[in-house]
Every structure is written in structure tokens, then in C-alpha cells.
Design a protein around this ligand. Structure first.
Ligand SMILES: C[S@@+](CC[C@H](N)C(=O)[O-])C[C@H]1O[C@@H](n2cnc3c(N)ncnc32)[C@H](O)[C@@H]1O
Length: 388
């Protein structure tokens, strides 16, 4: 490690320890083809321990990770050696700009501070501003997330974070979609209704939409409980219906959601969304069993699928790729990304389809890709395909 880089890391450590660190940005990637564009780093308090929160900016997703100082310094050093030429360190005392070049000459320029430490720079994760207001949302009490005083229960912190993250993601997805003042939403396999309530709250309270949301759920007890909570909250257009996703009657819907609907229930949900002409379809699939049983490639891929765990992961990837392609073949633009840190839930891949304009040739090209994947993996049928 050069002296310059060492002294830069030393400055990070000093400013962090003196609570003067405001933020660090890493940029100017070394390889033009690398996906990782930037990394933003800021101090945070996690369960009262000071940490550094890293935001890894990729073209289709941001990944968030928290590290302690020691781990952070190792990561920053490594990224400056392999991923980025530049780093900017903003502290209350001054700003430091580090630039490296291919010959590993490192220059550091120090300038007067341009940013001030805000009172909330070390924002506690519990007090962070969230889209869903834990203090005023009464349904959160009845769902067992908050106490009578409106504070998030200790063992529900992760759930509350997850709900907010879902809503933030949906906020990002729908901001560019034209909806009327009224909006209809179906949540397929709504379960305990955590997200269904939060989404209704967000659409009606934050966006001031005339929202009608229906949760479709197999289990009677959950449907009854959720309908009771919705009635108590005065949510007149939030309803839960007992039934299967397969049999749900959705004449038309603006947004269709299916989070963790098991195995082919996700396919049933996507099918219903496409048939109901949904402007946006959002699914977080789980337990991908259907094509796993069929996958028996007769090519080099068999080196992967002969291992149970790798077959399982490969089946997940192929299943979701085909789902995305089928959405594309029906005129949707798709994005597939991780939406929540794996420590919160391992089922963290989101498939998002937004209605778009596609030519018949483009649609056919997507179907041809499905065909190609099926041949490659020796798959007879993908359940979603069979529904059409
Ligand atoms: C893992 S939970 C997820 C609940 C909720 N979407 C969430 O993410 O918090 C899956 C729910 O879907 C329901 N479910 C599974 N298959 C279904 C089907 N075919 N039709 C309706 N509901 C279904 C289950 O009863 C369960 O409540």
C-alpha cells in the first residue's frame, strides 16, 4: 500500500472516530465494462454501534451493506486498488480528493470543507424517516408491529424495515407510470397483509390516490383478521377475499403484486396480471420447484446441475428468467433485482414488469429465447407458458 493511500485511509479512520466524517464517494471506475459505477459511504448507527453504510450503485440495483470501521477500511483500500481511480472524503474539517492512475501514482488534494456535519449524520436506524409512519398507522398496532404508543416493537424492527423497503421500491417503480386518480391493486397471496396494508396506506395517505386494493388469500383466518383490521382502520376500499390465485376473478387491475407466493402460484399471479392488463406486475418468487424436476441438460451445464444446491439455484435463475421473458413476450419491460439485504430474507429477488409498447418481432424474439433456454436445459415445459 502506498503512503498516500495509507494516509487517506488514516484520515477516514480519524474523521470517523471524531464523528467528523460526512461521506465518502468512490468513483471513476477502472474498467469501463464493470457494472459497479460508484460506492457511497456514510456513517450510521446500527443498534447503537457506529458503522459505515455502503451503497453499491449498479445499473439496475443499489446494494446496501453496513460494516464496522476496520472492515470498511479493508474494503475501501481494495476497491481503490481494483475498482476505482478516485475517492472523495468529506469531513467537517476539510474535503480530500484522491486520484490514482494506471501507474499507481496517487495524488491527494485537500480543500476547505464544503459540507457540514448534520445533527442527524449518525442517524439511528430506529428514528430514520420511513415512508410508513409507525406512530400514526393504527393498523400496524393490530398487525402486531407497533406498541400501543406507536413504537415499533423490538422483534418487529426487521419486519417494519422490510415493509418500508417494499413500499419504497414500489414508490420507485410506479413514479414513472401514468395512473388515473383512482388505482386498483391486487395482492396475490396476501398472507398476514403487512404489505397490503402498507401499500394501501401509502397510496391513499402519501399519494392521495383513490385506491382500491384487494388481497387474495387461501387461508380463512388471515382473510377474516385482515378484513377486521381494515374495517377498524376505516380503510373502506381495502378488502381481502378468500380464494386461490388461480381462481381469482380480476377483470382489470392497474397493479398486481405477488410476494412470496409459492412455486407456481407466482406464475398464476403473473398470468392473472397479464390477462387483467396490469400496467405493472411485481413478484418476489419463492420455492422454484416446477422446472427443477425436469432440468436434465445434456451438455456442459450438467456439470452444474449434478450438484443438488447448484441445481436448485440454477432452477431459480432459469425459472425467473423465463418468467421475465414471457412478460416481455406479452409487451412488458422487465427488471429483475435484489430488493432487500439477504440478512432480512433470502427470498429477495423481485421481477418487475411494466406495460410497454413492443413490436410483434420483439415479442416473438422473447418467445424464441424461452425456447432456446428450454432446449439448453432440456426442460419440457415452464408452467407459466402452459397457462397461455
Ligand atoms: C409466504 S406467504 C407471503 C405473504 C405475503 N405476500 C408477504 O409477502 O408477506 C404466502 C401466502 O400465500 C398464500 N398462498 C399460497 N398459495 C396460494 C394460492 N395458490 N392462492 C392464494 N393464496 C396462496 C399462503 O396461504 C400464504 O399466506
Amino acid at each position: 500500500m502506498t503512503n498516500q493511500l495509507q494516509s487517506f485511509l488514516q484520515k477516514i479512520a480519524e474523521s470517523f472516530n471524531q464523528k467528523e466524517l460526512i461521506k465518502i464517494t468512490l468513483g471513476n471506475k477502472r474498467s469501463k465494462s464493470a457494472d459497479l459505477k460508484n460506492v457511497f459511504i456514510k456513517p450510521v448507527l446500527i443498534k447503537n454501534a457506529p458503522k459505515l453504510s455502503f451503497t453499491y450503485r449498479n445499473p439496475t440495483q443499489d446494494i446496501f451493506k453496513n460494516y464496522d470501521l476496520k472492515e470498511s477500511l479493508i474494503l475501501i483500500e481494495k476497491m481503490l486498488q481494483t475498482d476505482f481511480f478516485n475517492a472523495d472524503l468529506f469531513t467537517a474539517a476539510n474535503d480530500l480528493h484522491l486520484s490514482a492512475d494506471n501507474s499507481e501514482t496517487i495524488k491527494i488534494i485537500t480543500r476547505p470543507a464544503t459540507l457540514a456535519v448534520k445533527a442527524d449524520t449518525l442517524q439511528h436506524d430506529k428514528t430514520k424517516n420511513r415512508v410508513i409512519n409507525s406512530g400514526t398507522a393504527n393498523y400496524l398496532k393490530e398487525l402486531g408491529i407497533t406498541t400501543a404508543e406507536g413504537l415499533v416493537k423490538k422483534d418487529m424492527q426487521d419486519k417494519f424495515k422490510q415493509i418500508n423497503r417494499y413500499v419504497e421500491i414500489i414508490e420507485g417503480i410506479i413514479k414513472d407510470i401514468q395512473f388515473d386518480k383512482s388505482i386498483t391493486v391486487a395482492d396475490m397471496g396476501s398472507g398476514k397483509g403487512y404489505l397490503t396494508f402498507a401499500l394501501y396506506d401509502y397510496l391513499t395517505s402519501n399519494l392521495k390516490k383513490d385506491a382500491a386494493v384487494v388481497g387474495i388469500e387461501l387461508r380463512d383466518d388471515l382473510v377474516d383478521k385482515c378484513n377486521q383490521i381494515a374495517a377498524n382502520a376505516g380503510y373502506s376500499k381495502l378488502k381481502f377475499e378468500k380464494g386461490t390465485i388461480q381462481d381469482a376473478s380480476l377483470p382489470s387491475v392497474d397493479m398486481l403484486i405477488a410476494l412470496h407466493a409459492c412455486d407456481t402460484a407466482t406464475d398464476d399471479a403473473i398470468y392473472k396480471g397479464i390477462k387483467a392488463n396490469a400496467k405493472v406486475i411485481i413478484c418476489a418468487p419463492c420455492c422454484h420447484k416446477q422446472i427443477r424436476k425436469q432440468m436434465a441438460p445434456e451438455n456442459e451445464l450438467k456439470n452444474i446441475t449434478k450438484h443438488g444446491i447448484l441445481l436448485e439455484r440454477q432452477a431459480e435463475i432459469v425459472t425467473d428468467t423465463i418468467r421475465a421473458l414471457i412478460l416481455e413476450a406479452h409487451g412488458y419491460k422487465t427488471k429483475v433485482f435484489e430488493f432487500i439485504a439477504t440478512e432480512h430474507t433470502p427470498k429477495n429477488v423481485l421481477i418487475v414488469g411494466t406495460k410497454s409498447v413492443k413490436t410483434e418481432t420483439e415479442k416473438q424474439a422473447s418467445l424464441d429465447k424461452v425456447k432456446g433456454l428450454k432446449v439448453l436445459f432440456n426442460i419440457k415445459d415452464h408452467y407459466l407458458e402452459t397457462l397461455f
